[in-house]
Design a protein around this ligand. Structure first.
Ligand code: ZN
Ligand code: ZN
Length: 333
């Protein structure tokens, strides 16, 4: 049903095929084809712009709606916070695209654009995230993997931890424990602290501005979106991308080996926006992390003409189906 690979096919990303040897049935080599797959920067920036427009819409809708009875106001704020948090989560995924230098051709420009247009809201920087994230590619599923959220099962308790920020705190504490003393690391640590303070100032400024402008409910909408909806969606998405569907809740994957799991989700509007910036085709990203999501259609079409087609099909699953399966497994445990 799903792709679980042990990286037995040579060097490269765990769970990924040895791409240099992949050739289509009509003789096109991946190593040649991939050279044509330059990012479509216009599409990337259109998508980032849409995320901003949609998340602003949620806050502005609350600010512009006259206050009614308490229950309609509460329903409006809850709905707008879900909407705004959803787009905040979509926008966040473009920080990953920045880490893979797919926002602009020059790395320096790319990194700055990523910092100002994405990471400003999320307490990190393109360089810092890149450093951590590359270890996720190199160590997917093993004990050196820097992404460990999929160690959690989709239980009610874990979702409560995500909504209340407890999970984020746990992740930060774990990172602190692992942090070494090398000079390079301490440079990144101080720039990370600065980035966190900068983001906190941006969010605080935004909330204060809305309050002072008389839009208290819009400020509340932003707070709920940032503090609860966004972390919940980010947690669920990461679990669904990499957790084995049959993994019991009581298995401690910091001790036992999880192994690499990759999935291909749908390409409809919901999948494309929940798994924005190509996260809905996460399997392809792990196979060749340098390829921009704006070329995944061609990438998928290419591999459909190779012996890897069967593996792609085996890893295909809808977000809804994967979430349901993981919830059922969590209830069993
Ligand atoms: Zn991943
Ligand atoms: Zn990546």
């Amino acid at each position: 049903m799903e792709s679980v690979k042990g990286g037995a096919r040579g060097k490269g990303n765990p769970g990924s095929p040895h791409l240099p040897s992949i050739v289509t049935y009509d003789g096109v080599r991946w190593v040649d084809f991939r050279k044509e797959l330059k990012p479509r920067y216009g599409v990337v920036w259109r998508d980032i712009g849409l995320c901003y427009a949609f998340l602003a819409l949620g806050v502005l809708a609350v600010a512009a709606t006259p206050r009614g009875p308490a229950w309609t106001t509460a329903a409006l704020v809850a709905a707008a916070a879900c909407w705004t948090g959803y787009w905040l989560h979509s926008l966040f995924l473009f920080g990953h695209e920045a880490a893979h230098t797919n926002l602009a051709p020059k790395r320096r420009t790319n990194d700055r654009l990523g910092d100002w247009f994405v990471w400003l809201l999320y307490g990190s920087t393109t360089v810092n995230y890149r450093f951590t994230h590359m270890a996720h590619h190199a160590h997917l599923g093993d004990h050196e993997d820097t992404e460990t959220t999929y160690h959690l099962c989709l239980s009610v308790l874990n979702m409560l931890k995500a909504v209340t920020g407890v999970h984020v705190l746990e992740v930060l504490l774990r990172k602190r424990e692992k942090r070494g003393e090398s000079r390079a690391r301490s440079t990144r640590t101080s720039s990370g602290v600065l980035a966190s303070l900068r983001s906190f100032a941006v969010h605080a400024g935004l909330v204060a501005g809305l309050f002072l402008g008389g839009a208290e409910l819009a400020a509340l909408t932003w707070i709920i979106a940032v503090a609860t909806v966004f972390p919940l969606l980010a947690t669920v998405r990461t679990i669904v991308e990499h957790r084995r569907l049959d993994a019991p809740c009581d298995t401690d994957f910091s001790v036992e080996l999880h192994g690499p799991v990759n999935r291909l989700f749908g390409t409809g509007p919901l999948a494309r926006t929940f798994g924005a910036a190509g996260f809905n085709q996460h399997l392809l990203h792990h196979w060749d992390p340098a390829i921009s999501y704006t070329r995944f259609a061609e990438m998928e079409e290419f591999f459909a003409r190779t012996p890897l087609a069967a593996e792609m099909e085996a890893s295909r699953i809808g977000y809804g189906t994967a979430v349901r399966a993981l919830i059922l497994e969590a209830r069993r445990g």
